[in-house]
Design a protein around this ligand. Structure first.
Ligand SMILES: Nc1ncnc2c1ncn2[C@@H]1O[C@H](COP(=O)(O)OP(=O)(O)OP(=O)(O)O)[C@@H](O)[C@H]1O
Ligand SMILES: [Mg+2]
Length: 445
């Protein structure tokens, strides 16, 4: 059986197609929608791996709210040369978090384009990015086989049009993704651009000739494809483009634009009223980098600021955010509010945990202000695709919206202004790409 897989930054789905019926596979029995698996990985101290909702639950149970406790750990002996004293054997120690039960990884796909993300230590064992993605892919593959009850003979896996903004980073990302598939020992794998997948699943129902623009806006990337569908199953590619802008970045905009004052932004230190170092708060731009701040050197700066700063409650909130691992719940709350703002004019972002205690009302207009640069980047991407295809907006017959971020009203409005509201059509935002991958897997079989 040949299978289509959408390995997304935030969510993954898989589907099979037999020429008539499309079936989404249950990848995550614990999730509210079993056909959508969160693309997360939790690795325990003992090396056990969990994916999806269970990964988040295990991390939350074991880490969130727990005080980090450091202990000195003996790493081994090293030869150290002292000026004038010669070379001596010296024992090396490092401060490590003594009780952390495991590490959680999210948005691993985004790491593919980051040359500096080569390997990471999970309690002393080093994993390359490729091997972490391979663990996720292997577990997904095993779930697919279990649910099908028969072997998988081939897979079509989606890839963004551009993983990264530069051709070099893009090539590197794709090589690493292919390496991950090899490490996972998947059966024969071919790749297909994600928005093309979405167009294929739409083309199944189409009976007339159309110019289709697919707007696939997910957690990590925006992908645009323009195709000509002939209504009889034939298709012609006209242009593709993409930018590394997605829902994760929009979450960051909310954190950096609205939440920093709750964590000590604007504090002055001591009688000379020195500013609190801003590089500390830059760590809040990703939940992973919040956990980097658990290093003693950062905690010392925060403790000192609490002693001499003028915004003690906010600085204590920052310490609590870092020491008690509230970075993940903060980002989950921010995402919840962002999703709410797709339907409501205003939403309340509340955090009441440890020493963090605030409610921040976020009106939709302010979210739209914060994402202004991203709206422009997305619009420019569409214009480039149209120009590359020698087309005008009026030549497009239908705009297919897919991907979770394509629900955001500001982007819907931009598309409606450009193409006319009647041309917009929403697909299954979380499973449209996987369905198309399944159609391609069937055709290529
Ligand atoms: N109703 C909504 N309004 C706004 N954003 C939403 C909504 N629903 C989901 N999202 C966002 O959509 C993103 C996930 O979308 P999706 O599952 O399509 O991405 P993905 O396929 O994993 O990512 P990519 O295709 O970029 O690799 C998340 O950032 C999520 O916060
Ligand atoms: Mg996607």
């Amino acid at each position: 059986m040949r299978v289509g897989l959408d390995f997304g930054t935030t969510n993954s789905s898989a589907a099979v197609y037999d020429g008539e019926r499309l079936t989404l596979l249950p990848l995550d029995p614990v999730n509210s929608s079993a056909s959508v698996l969160r693309s997360t990985l939790f690795m325990t101290r003992e090396g056990a791996a969990y994916i999806g909702r269970e990964a988040i639950n295990r991390f939350t149970e074991g880490n969130v709210g727990r005080e980090i406790e450091y202990e000195w750990k003996y790493l081994g002996d090293a030869e150290v040369t002292f000026a004038g004293l010669g070379t001596q054997q010296q024992a090396l120690y490092a401060k490590v978090d003594a009780n952390a039960p495991g590490r959680l990884f999210q948005s691993l796909k985004t790491g593919l384009r980051d040359r500096s993300f080569r390997q990471t230590s999970v309690f002393g064992t080093y994993y390359t990015l490729e091997s972490l993605i391979a663990i996720v892919l292997r577990l997904i593959y095993e779930r697919i086989e279990a649910s099908l009850g028969q072997p998988v003979t081939g897979m079509v896996i989606g890839r963004p049009v551009h993983y990264a903004a530069t051709p070099e980073a893009d090539a590197l990302a794709f090589e690493r993704m292919q390496a991950a598939c090899m490490l996972a020992e998947l059966p024969e794998v071919t790749f297909l651009e994600e928005p093309t997948g979405a167009a294929l699943s739409y083309a199944r129902e189409l009976r007339s000739e159309q110019h289709v623009l697919v707007f696939d806006f997910g957690g990590g990337t925006l992908d645009v494809t323009i195709m000509r569908l002939d209504g009889r199953g034939g298709r012609q590619f006209i242009a593709t483009d993409g930018v590394p802008v997605g829902g994760d970045l929009l979450d960051q905009r909310l954190v950096m634009g609205r939440l920093l004052p709750h964590f000590g932004e604007g504090t002055t230190l001591g009688a000379r009223r020195l500013p609190f170092p801003t590089h500390i708060l830059e760590h809040l731009s990703e939940w992973q980098s919040i956990s980097d701040m658990t290093q003693p050197k950062y905690l010392e700066i925060i403790d000192e600021a609490i002693a001499i700063g003028d915004r003690k409650p906010e600085l204590k909130a920052l310490r609590s955010l870092v020491r008690q691992n509230y970075g993940l719940p903060m980002y989950e709350e921010v995402e919840r509010v962002k999703v709410l703002l797709s339907d409501a004019d205003t939403a309340v972002l509340g955090m009441h945990m440890g020493e963090i205690d605030f409610d921040e009302t976020v009106p939709r207009w302010d979210f739209e202000r914060l994402i202004g640069p991203d709206v422009r980047a997305v619009e420019a991407c569409i214009d480039r695709a149209l120009a590359a295809g020698g087309l005008k907006a009026a030549d497009i017959d239908v705009v297919l919206r897919t991907g979770g971020s394509s629900r955001i009203p500001r982007f819907v409005r931009m598309l409606a202004e450009k193409f006319g509201p009647d041309k917009l059509q929403e697909m299954d935002v979380f499973t449209g790409v996987a369905s198309g991958m399944a159609v391609a897997a069937f055709e290529r079989g």
